[in-house]
Design a binder for this molecule. Structure first.
Ligand code: SAM
Length: 256
């Protein structure tokens, strides 16, 4: 019989764990969902807990953590907003990290992946799927309460502007976090990848204390993880914030 694996909690998030497989270290998240696997990831039991492998080749957040990302990572009990959730590969892991008392509002604008996200949310009860355009945050402002973190992976030329608009509307306070998977090849040819990263950092640095960005190669070519913590200036004069969403206006299921 194979000896039970030892899962060691990662300092960045209590539900993120590391384990040794041969001479390699692999990342896992403790699941809040139920089988089957979402994208072929491995499931493992240890000490009465169920973990799922968090594959850096499939998730930019995992790749960033493998590259020692020191920026915000979703943590137990928090509420996050996710823009560009697609069918939920990374969103399922973000929900795992937020745990059973957390909530993940997951925005996706394409109907096909959204249909799969809806199905996934039946097995991941803390995911609230929203079919919406992240460029129009007011369209879903009535459904999303203030959040502690914003994860963005929309692969659009104006992704930094999308971040800024959503951060202003939804981040709950100074210190709230953003993590942005920046796809530089979607941002035009007038700059190279490093130039796009520098421009994005400059655009966000006035209202965020940024962590060092990390490059996601070889897992995701031409991508960086960029992000940090909101400064009070983000919520200063000119930032128009909606009233908090009322619980009666939730789109999906009520909180358990
Ligand atoms: N984050 C996903 C993951 O790791 O599992 C992959 C996301 S994929 C790179 C980008 C997604 O963003 C696509 O599903 C696309 O439909 C969505 N998207 C692009 N522009 C969007 C927008 N303006 N609003 C909402 N979703 C958008």
């Amino acid at each position: 019989m194979r000896p039970a694996r030892r899962f060691v909690p990662d300092r960045r998030s209590p539900r993120l764990a590391r384990t040794r497989v041969g001479d390699r270290t692999e990342l896992f998240t403790e699941t809040v969902g139920s089988p089957p696997p979402v994208y072929g990831e491995r499931w493992a039991e240890a000490g009465g807990r169920t973990f799922r492998s968090f594959e850096p080749g499939r998730s930019k957040l995992s790749a960033a953590i493998v590259h020692d990302w020191t920026g915000p990572v979703p943590s137990e009990g928090e509420r996050w907003l996710y823009l560009g959730a697609a069918s939920g590969t990374t969103a399922s892991h973000v929900a795992d990290l937020l745990g059973p008392d957390g909530e993940l509002y997951a925005v996706e604008r394409s109907p096909r992946p959204f249909a799969r996200l809806l199905t996934l949310a039946e097995r991941w009860p803390t995911i609230v799927p929203l079919l919406a355009d992240a460029r129009q945050p007011r369209d879903y402002a009535g459904w999303v309460p203030p959040v502690r973190g914003l994860y963005v992976d929309v692969a659009q030329p104006d992704q930094v502007e999308i971040v800024r608009r959503n951060a202003e509307l939804f981040l709950d306070d100074a210190g709230a976090g953003i993590a942005v998977a920046l796809k530089t090849s979607s941002m035009g040819r007038e700059r190279d990848a490093a130039g796009h990263l520098a421009a994005a950092e400059q655009a966000l640095a006035s209202v965020f204390d940024l962590a060092p960005s990390v490059r996601l190669d070889p897992f995701h070519k031409g991508h960086y993880m960029l992000g940090g913590r909101a400064r009070p200036a983000l919520f200063g004069a000119g930032a128009v914030r909606p009233a908090p969403a009322s619980p009666g206006r939730r789109l999906a299921r009520p909180r358990r």
